[in-house]
Design a protein around this ligand. Structure first.
Ligand SMILES: Cc1cc2nc3c(=O)[nH]c(=O)nc-3n(C[C@H](O)[C@H](O)[C@H](O)COP(=O)(O)OP(=O)(O)OC[C@H]3O[C@@H](n4cnc5c(N)ncnc54)[C@H](O)[C@@H]3O)c2cc1C
Length: 615
């Protein structure tokens, strides 16, 4: 594999070098080394970057000073009490797969079938899900897990058992059993010991290191090229045919001297341009290229190549809540030592601290509510439940992950609390009803787009009610763990003084629970109307992105707002495809990295077939 060569033409150019792009480009290069391929990535090369490779350092990728993430500023929205959110996405080669939390979670088969698109059904996509992985998990069914793909799936070298057993026992008391394999495309209604995108020796399995860098090193792929630190401005067209890409050096990584001029360059693509800049990046590139809603393009004086009103619409994510708890866990049972700075990480690296091979997340769940609970959330909620969930047993109403550390800046914790161990019981809504949008506000690629999250803005507050249910359920479960040592005000609603729902300041039973009966003796927290108001306020102020966005250039019929067809071709153009999570039309009951890897595999298969190459 070589670096980019100025003036050279390529067969295929990928605009964006994230998760799906690395998979697709790597597969195609491997299948036909004579094919010339260029990946243009806005961020830096991630090769051997410890922040990418070492799982236990991953939170450093999404602090404001990071150089591995892109931050998108959302509008101030009434449904979020006017608190404007900032969302981060992968901004380095490998995209989200290089910086994410490495939770291995796969969509349900019903999700794939809900796409309602030929070639994207569960039978077909499960084969790609198997192809991409080598599972090192004990006792899983070979019919649904792969054994020879590039991505290693394992529990990693460090996954302390005590907190897992404790949490699973507490969850069971609320009717959520332990499920051996929750990633078999159908299981639901319980918690599992969560596998990770981490190898047995403790290394992150990002798409670039697993699909791209090995080809770069083997000397057999001289036509596979990489151009990093370069921001794609737009796709170049001759008529309606995409013939190349215009880009400029990424200013974030440049030393600007007085009078420095922006240097706009272009590269030609003989066969295919693939836009793969992610759910929040791809719509902007299309719009700047003249593919989008005519009224917007006219307003910005961008010549229209294809009038596609669906570009940038239908933004979906999973609504994320992060209630946090004080715990009695030991220093090696959380990642607080590393993230609070108590343990100096260069020393930890030098001393091969086993916690660095860990993401701190060992248990996760796909949860259903009972019929009675759905009824208690009111008639509109019940109607939504009956229409969309009740008759689909494999469809979770909420996802949950037990994160063994405080998610946030430890400096914000009260004096003296930064040397303790915490847990965060994250919940995220897999099938939200609200939708947002993202559109450019200028033809200039350095001007940020307008992002409306749409979070909690759905009619009848169904999304809010799902999050309220999850907050209460999660709180009840965590209070029945032995690890529980009180609730952190920072991660919870402010209940009025004297409320029965007031936060616990310490353990509910000194010495912990010895039996199931002792756990069950802790009653569920009772909330009155005012408490519910406090929870709503907390959720509207705090809910954020789970970084699981999708749907902004959806694969659907053109007349239904679709942007790409089943072969990922952008309607009204030739030689132009999209390949990333922007194309996914309906939400999935899982974290989304697996879906992005599947899109990459499927895109390679589609392009390979069109070029007569067996991938
Ligand atoms: C912090 C975080 C934690 C997450 N945790 C998990 C998890 O634990 N498990 C899980 O399953 N999923 C997780 N996800 C989600 C998952 O990683 C993403 O859904 C997935 O990586 C998206 O893949 P993609 O190919 O659609 O886009 P991305 O991987 O985001 O790729 C888009 C790429 O395009 C580049 N780009 C953008 N604009 C331009 C431009 N103009 N020119 C050139 N390049 C451009 C970006 O730099 C990026 O590299 C997480 C994501 C994040 C960000």
């Amino acid at each position: 594999m070589s670096a980019y060569e100025e003036g050279r033409e390529y067969d295929i150019v990928f605009a964006g070098g994230g998760t799906a792009a690395c998979v697709a480009a790597g597969r195609l290069a491997q299948a036909d080394p004579s094919l010339s391929i260029l990946i243009i990535e806005r961020g830096r090369n991630n090769l051997d970057n410890p922040l990418v490779r070492v799982p236990g350092l991953y939170c450093a990728n999404f602090i404001p000073a990071t150089q591995t993430a892109i931050f998108y500023q959302a509008e101030s929205e009434p449904s979020l009490n006017g608190v404007a959110r900032t969302f981060s996405t992968g901004g380095v080669l490998g995209g989200g797969s290089s910086i994410n939390a490495m939770m291995y979670s796969r969509a349900q088969a019903i999700d794939f079938d809900s796409f309602n698109t030929e070639g994207w059904d569960s039978k077909t996509l499960i084969e790609f899900a198997k192809k991409l992985e080598t599972s090192h998990l004990p006792d899983v069914d070979d019919a649904v897990h792969g054994s020879s793909g590039p991505i290693n799936i394992s529990n990693g070298p460090h996954a302390p058992k005590g907190p897992q057993e404790d949490f699973l026992a507490a969850a069971k008391t609320f009717g959520f059993p332990e499920i051996g394999d929750l990633q078999d495309f159908k299981s639901n209604g319980g918690f599992t010991r969560l596998p990770k995108y981490i190898s047995l020796d403790g290394t992150r399995q990002d798409a670039a290191h697993r699909y791209v860098h090995p080809l770069r090193a083997d000397g057999k792929h001289p036509n596979f090229h990489l151009l990093v630190e370069s921001r794609v401005r737009r796709v170049l067209f001759e008529g309606d045919r995409a013939v190349g890409v215009e880009y400029e050096p990424e200013p974030t990584f440049m030393t600007e001297l007085p009078g420095t001029k922006r240097d706009v360059r272009s590269v030609k693509a003989r066969k295919q341009v693939v836009v793969s800049a992610g759910v929040l990046g791809t719509p902007s590139i299309l719009e700047r290229s003249g593919v989008g809603k005519r009224a917007l393009l006219d307003q910005l004086s961008i010549p229209v190549v294809s009038d596609l009103p669906g570009v940038g619409e239908e933004y979906q994510d999973h609504h994320f809540l992060l209630p946090s708890y004080k715990t009695s866990l030991g220093p090696e049972e959380t990642l607080d030592r590393i993230f609070s700075g108590r343990r100096d990480y260069p020393t930890a690296l030098k001393e091969k601290d086993p916690t660095l091979g860990w993401n701190g997340i060992d248990v996760a769940g796909k949860l259903r509510m009972t019929e009675e609970e759905a009824t208690a959330l009111g008639p509109q909620f019940k109607a939504a439940w009956t229409k969309d969930f009740a008759h689909v047993p494999s469809k979770p109403v909420m996802l949950m992950g037990l994160i063994n550390f405080y998610v946030g800046d430890h400096k914000l914790l009260q004096h003296g609390a930064a040397d303790k161990e915490y847990a965060t019981l994250a919940s995220y809504t897999p099938y939200p009803y609200s939708r947002g949008s993202i559109h450019i506000t200028s033809a200039d690629c350095l001007v940020g787009p307008k992002l409306i999250t749409g979070f909690l803005a759905d009619k009848d507050d169904i999304d809010l009610k799902m999050s309220m249910w999850a907050y209460k359920k999660g709180r009840d479960i965590y209070r029945r763990t032995n690890a529980f040592a009180g609730e952190l005000q920072d991660g919870h609603p402010t209940f009025r003084e004297g409320s029965r729902a007031a936060l616990a300041q310490g353990p509910l039973k000194e010495g912990g629970y010895a039996t199931v009966e002792e756990r069950m003796a802790i009653p569920a927290v009772e909330y009155d109307e005012e408490d519910d108001g406090a929870i709503e306020e907390f959720i509207r102020n705090r809910v954020t992105s789970t970084w699981h966005g999708l749907g902004t250039c959806k694969m659907a019929p053109r007349e239904k707002g679709g942007v790409v067809d089943k072969d990922l071709n952008v309607y009204g153009t030739k030689g132009l495809k999209c390949a990333d999570l922007s194309i996914i039309p309906e939400n999935v009951g899982s974290n989304t990295n697996n879906m992005a890897l599947i899109v990459g595999e499927k895109a390679a298969d589609i392009i390979g077939k069109e070029l007569g190459i067996k991938v």
